[in-house]
Every structure is written in C-alpha cells, then in structure tokens.
Design a protein around this ligand. Structure first.
Ligand code: SF4
Length: 755
C-alpha cells in the first residue's frame, strides 16, 4: 500500500493528471482512493463521468455529527476507484487550509482507512502553503510526493515552495518521487523544467504533451484510460502508474527535498543574474562610511545591485546540511510587555455603556474569559456591593465554531447583531477576536449591511482583532474611541457640571471613590454630568460636552492617552490633578479645583471640615499606635500619604526600602529629604536582614516577601487606596486591630471539648 500526494499550482492541470493516474492505477487492478484537496472540488470529476459530488466540508456543515456517515462522502468512480472531495469555503472567505485539516479529521472519525486501498492519491492545491494544505505532506499521509508543473515561472515557483514545505516535514526518509511535467506548449518550456529538475536533484518522471485527447475526454467527463485507452498520452499515464507500483515496493527511489533559494530560482528560470535593489521612497540613502557609496536599503550591500553567482548548483547532496552563517539574533525593539489582548480591552470599554450591547465575535474560549471577567467585576463593583443587583449589560458572543473558521463567520456575526437589535438594543458595538482577524472576516462591511436593515440603530465596529491588534491597553483605547463616537460635538458646556474620565474598570472600589469625589464636588456646588465610562449610558454620552470641565480619576498611561484623544477630538478642558489620596494631597486638590472652577472663592470651610474629621480619627487610633516602629517596603515612591499617616499617628519610620519593579513609579526626590533612611534597589534579602536587625513592630509593603517573615506584623499598602482626605484612617483602623493581635497566629484552645 502506498499513499501519494500530487501537488501543483492551481490551474496547472494536476486534477486532470491525478484522475488519469488513478484510472491507470485502477487498470492495473489497484484499489484506489483519490481525495481532492482543493476548494474547487473537481479533482475526481473525470473518474465519475463528469459528476460533481458533495464535499466533506459541506456535509460536515449541513449534517449533525451523530447523523454523519462515510457512505455519504465516498463515491464509486471508474473501475471502483473511491472518490472523495474535501471542498472549501467561497473564495476570499474563511480558511481553506483549516478546511483540509477538518476534512481529514472527519474522514478519519467516520472510519475511512487508507489501509483498505492499494493506493491513496491526494490531489492538493500547491500554491497555498499554509499549515492546512501541508497536511497531506505529513508522514502519516503521504509516503511519496509528486510535483506537477509546467515551465511557467509561477508553476516552478510553487513546485519549489512545495519542496520547502516537504523539507519542514521530512525526517530521515526522503519523500519526493519526482516531477510530472505537464506541458503548456510554450517556447523552451522543456529546457526550463529539466534545468529545474537538475538543480533540485529530482527526476522528470513523465512529460505530458499538449494533446487534443485531453479536452475531448474532459468533454465526455472521462479519463484517457476510459475514453482514449490507446492514445499515446494514455500510455504515459500507464507508465507512471507502473512507476507508482514500483515505488510501492521500493522506497529507495525517493529523493530528499532540496529547494532553491528565490534568487537561484529567478536566475534559473528567468535568467536574471542581478538582484534588484529597492529604496524606500522617503528614506535618505544609507552610505558606506568609508567610501561614501550609496547602500541598498534592503540588503545594505554596496552598489546599485549585487551580483548573483552565475553557477547554479546542479544537485545538493542529500546528506550535507546547508551551511547556515552564524548570526546573532536581531534584538527586539524595546517595548513594554504585552498584557491581555486588544479584544479583551475593547470589550472592557464598550461593555460599560449600560444601554448598549457588545457583540463579541470569536470562539467561546476567547469570549467566555472576557465576558466572565466583565460580568463578575460589574456585579461585585456596582451591583452586589452596592446592595442592588443590576442587570449585566448586553454581551452577546457569536461562539464561532470550526465551520465558521473554515467558511467564514460573517453570516453568524450578522445574525447575532440582528438578534441584539431585534431584542431592543439601539446601540451595538462589535469587537473581534484573533480568529476573526486571521480568517479575514470583514466586520465593518457586516455592520454596515445590518445597519441598513435597522434604520435608526447604531452598529459600531471597534477595529480590533485580538492580539493581532495589540494588548489590552491598545484595545481599551480603541474601544474608548468608538464609544466617543456617541458624543454629540455640537453640545455646549454648562456651568456647574463636570465629567469624570478614566475610572478603573476592574477596581472594586470605584463606586466608593466616585461617591467620595462626588461629595467633595457637591460641596463646591457642582454635579457630575457623565462618567466616561463607569455607568455611562448613550444619553449621558451624547451630552458629554455639557460639562464645564473634565476630571481625571487616575494618572496612568491609559487615562492620559484617553485625555489626549478626547482633548484633540473635542477640544475639551481638563483639570490635570487625578483623584487625590490622603489628607495632604486632597487639600492641594481641593484648593486647585476651587481656584479653577470658582476663582476668588475660599475653600477654607471645606478644608476645615475635613481636617476636623481627620483629626478625630487620628485621636481615636493614636493611643494604640503611637511609638510603634514601622518598616516600609514599596516598589513605588508614590507613598507620601502612607508616610504622612504613620507620622500623624506618632509612629516611627525605621526605614523605607524601594524595590525594583516594572510596575513601580518613581517620584525622584520625593523621599530624599525625609528624616529616615531610604534604601533603593531593595531586595527580599535586605528586607529579611532589616526585620532581624531593626526589629520593627510592623512591616508595610505592597507585595508579599518571598521569604516568610516570622515574628513581625505585616500589612499591605493597598493597590487601590481609598481616595480623599480620610485614606490614612482606613489604614490606622486596620493597624490598631492588627497590632493588638499576637505576632504568631495559630489555632487556640477556646476552652471547649477538644474531642
Ligand atoms: S489573544 Fe486572541 S485568541 Fe487569545 S483571548 Fe485574545 S482574542 Fe482570543
């Protein structure tokens, strides 16, 4: 038994060659299975009297898994040859390569066994060189590969590419049978093909001339074996069939794959001896430092062109690996690491518009993770914590499946958008995952098509395709930009209103922070117009520009990027200080805000009121905490409010250690003039040493040590601290409880019955 694969460029005649070879093999009394692996699905037509059979992929799409049967896919052709067509999606949609993979899996699952045949012939489209089309090259499928080619450059280029693919799969055994030359009848074609065969070290097994009998047989829907058995061309296929039979017994006839380099191939086929050098239009030419000669921008070699060696190696020895010059790897451009994906980021933005739905276009694996995280954070942050369970805003996944990847997921996407609009959503965002991008689903076209069917509705595609577009932050910003499409630019500002920009989407305390800030703003006589985007709805977004000023919740890169975008696009006014943390920062914030919104007004009453509250808290907790020694360890220098709190409570800072971290934020000089030791590049070892030597009562840190700290109380510096004047009191309350507990925790006998 032998499995062979015939590869060739589309349109080269490989299906005709395959069918004629199968017929010739059948005439040798071989049990033959021919599998067409080309979306054109006409490989077996000549074996079937011109009939077109259902394809595996169509069948798989239309028939539920449990009802599928092998008999529906395998058809009997000339002299009992078994015929199968894998099929594929429409041109330009979906992923044909994935289709080939799926077809093979289906045939295997339904019980098609290669071992039931003498010869299995795969007829494969060879100019698509993605992983799917390379499946028949794998060892478990093809024992021998035949290259079908004419003398045209592109046909030889495809043949050479196939050799490259084979080399990727070749283990120790050679697997190339040779070349089948299917002539197109142009000048010097034969010389080209033979020159190629010598250069790659493969025999030309058959030369098939242009012959009228082929078109006559084709018109009759037959192979030459059936229609013109005594023609010279039919004789060529008989010889080839005998060769396959010999190959079945003698694998030593197979050859290793030795593809040519692109330039070698060009030189061989086109006779081009010089490399054409290209210069980018706008870039100034690089020059050789010594001679001043202009360098080619691509190859960075001297001169207008570089000579290609005129000698083309006849054959490369199978046993000698090509010499690869040793090069150091190209260093990656410096960039921060990627976190999450743009799909997840974009959905996080659009999800927050409470009266809009977001259609998540992708497989369950992608959409489930994101949807679950968003729903949980929504319920914990806004619903359950606030004592009222709100409806989770619309997240509608398309749940792409294998067949959508093969045939394209656009129809499913359109149906899902329609479903959202029919359910009453007037605004729908569409966010796509990597698979949608990889198979080229045209989301923008799909959204405009649906929009025309639902007058008045807004369907807004967010231009992201999973990690192909970038990381979480990239997607978040893209999502924000598309949400900003809902802002009415003609609205004019009104006195007494502010917008809040950039509240964290995953923080559980955002509502609490918002209430604190809203309370302070109210005391200045202002109200909140719109939160971009916590709890925003399309109405508040439309009137976004009513606000007199825009306030920033955070000072992180995403919020600053959003600020820059909104300010550029809508010419907005911003108050630059983010939400304050701690008494000192909050006092400065209130003073600056009053000066900005209410020039000439005195913020003292508000400040005095807050100071009174803060002092009362300090008086309450100081008795338990005064005199306690504190070691502070942090990866950020942005901890002024923590240090203020420690001092206000009469505690002693024994040292501040600043550790190295990617997440850290430096505030150069902030700690330099303080009256306690500050040590930078602080490590866990130094921390363990200081705990031993300085013997603090409390270690405050924003990360847990890698070495357990025994004999000392430990507390975290919150990642998302309470905002406003009273941030420190939250910590003071915790410390006063903590320091009253024994240093060593553990189960204690409570006086009950121990049994
Ligand atoms: S990176 Fe791509 S595959 Fe992974 S979750 Fe994001 S969209 Fe899905």
């Amino acid at each position: 038994m032998i499995q062979i694969a015939l590869y060739g460029k589309g349109g080269i005649g490989k299906s005709t060659v395959s069918a004629n070879l199968s017929a010739a093999l059948a005439d040798l009394n071989k049990r033959v299975l021919q599998v067409g692996c080309d979306p054109k699905h006409d490989s077996t037509r000549l074996l079937l009297g011109g009939a077109v059979i259902p394809t595996v992929l169509d069948y798989m799409r239309e028939t539920p898994g449990e009802a599928q049967q092998l008999e529906a896919l395998v058809f009997e052709g000339y002299r009992s040859t078994a015929c199968v067509e894998a099929g594929g999606p429409k041109p330009g949609i979906g992923c044909a390569g994935r289709g080939i993979l799926s077809s093979f899996e289906v045939l295997k699952r339904l019980g098609l066994r290669a071992s039931s045949f003498d010869v299995v012939l795969y007829d494969v489209l060879g100019d698509v060189v993605c992983g799917g089309f390379a499946v028949p090259l794998r060892k478990e499928y093809a024992d021998a590969v035949f290259l079908v080619t004419s003398g045209e450059y592109m046909a030889l280029y495809a043949a050479n590419n196939i050799l490259r693919g084979i080399r990727n799969f070749e283990d120790t055994n050679p697997r190339v049978a040779g070349i089948i030359f299917n002539s197109r009848g142009f000048f010097a074609e034969e010389e080209r093909v033979f020159a190629f065969s010598r250069a790659v070290g493969l025999p030309v097994l058959s030369s098939i001339p242009r012959d009228e009998v082929f078109s006559q047989a084709e018109k009759a829907g037959k192979t030459l074996a059936e229609a013109f058995p005594s023609s010279a061309s039919a004789g060529i296929f008989r010889e080839l069939a005998v060769y396959v039979e010999t190959l079945e017994k003698d694998r030593s006839l197979l050859h290793p794959a030795n593809p040519l380099g692109d330039l070698e191939l060009e030189a061989l086929v086109l006779g081009r001896r010089e490399r054409v050098c290209m210069k980018p239009f706008t870039t100034a030419p690089a020059t050789d430092e010594k001679t001043g000669t202009e360098l080619c921008s691509l190859c960075q070699e001297k001169g207008p062109s570089a000579e290609i060696p005129s000698e083309i190696p006849e054959t490369k020895s199978a046993g000698t690996p090509e010499e690869v010059p040793t090069q150091s790897p190209t260093p990656l451009p410096s960039r921060p690491p990627l976190y999450g994906c743009a799909f997840s980021g974009a959905a996080t933005a659009t999800f927050q518009v409470s009266d809009a739905a977001t259609v998540l276009h992708g497989p369950r694996s992608c959409t489930h993770i994101t949807a679950d995280a968003l729903a949980c954070s929504f319920l914990r942050g806004g619903g359950i914590n606030a004592g009222e369970v709100k409806q989770v805003p619309g997240l509608l996944p398309t749940d792409m499946e294998e067949e959508d990847v093969i045939f394209g997921g656009i129809e499913k996407l359109e149906r899902k958008i329609e479903e959202a609009l029919s359910a009453g959503w007037q605004t729908v965002f569409v966010v796509s995952t990597c698979p949608g991008g990889i198979i080229g689903d045209d989301v923008k076209r799909a959204t405009s098509r649906v929009e025309t069917r639902f007058p008045g509705a807004r369907v807004i595609p967010v231009p992201v395709e999973g990690v192909l577009t970038g990381d979480f932050s990239t997607g978040l910003l893209e999502g924000y930009k598309r949400v900003a499409d809902l802002i009415d630019p003609s609205v004019t500002p009104e006195k007494g209103l502010v917008n809040i920009i950039g509240e964290r989407s995953f923080s559980l305390r955002e509502e609490e922070h918002f209430r604190t800030i809203e309370g302070l703003i109210k005391k200045l006589g202002y109200g909140v117009n719109c939160r971009f985007l916590k709890g925003a709805d399309t109405l508040s977004l439309r009137s976004f520009k009513k606000a007199e000023i825009n306030m920033l919740a955070c000072d992180d890169p995403e919020t600053r990027a959003l600020q820059a975008y909104l300010s550029d696009r809508f010419g907005l006014e911003f108050f630059e200080l983010p939400f304050p943390v701690g008494f000192r920062e909050s006092s400065l914030w209130v003073k600056a805000l009053t000066a900005r919104l209410l020039p000439g007004e005195d913020p003292s009453p508000l400040l005095e009121e807050q100071e009174e509250l803060y002092r009362a808290g300090v008086v309450k907790y100081a008795p338990q905490l005064s005199g306690k020694r504190v070691l502070v360890v942090s990866y950020t220098e942005d901890i002024g409010w923590v240090l203020d709190t420690i001092r206000d409570l009469g505690m002693e800072i024994v040292k501040v250690g600043i550790s190295v971290s990617f997440f850290g934020r430096g505030s150069p000089g902030l700690l330099s003039c303080e009256a306690f030791p500050v040590e930078r590049d602080y490590t866990d070892e130094k921390r363990a040493r200081d705990v031993r030597i300085l013997m603090p009562d409390l270690v405050l840190s924003n990360y847990a040590p890698s070495v357990p700290e025994d004999g000392v109380h430990y507390d975290t510096i919150p990642f998302s601290p309470q905002v406003g004047f009273l941030s420190g009191l939250e910590l003071a309350k915790r410390w006063s409880t903590l320091l009253r507990l024994p240093v060593t925790e553990g189960w204690k006998y409570d006086g009950g019955d121990e049994s």
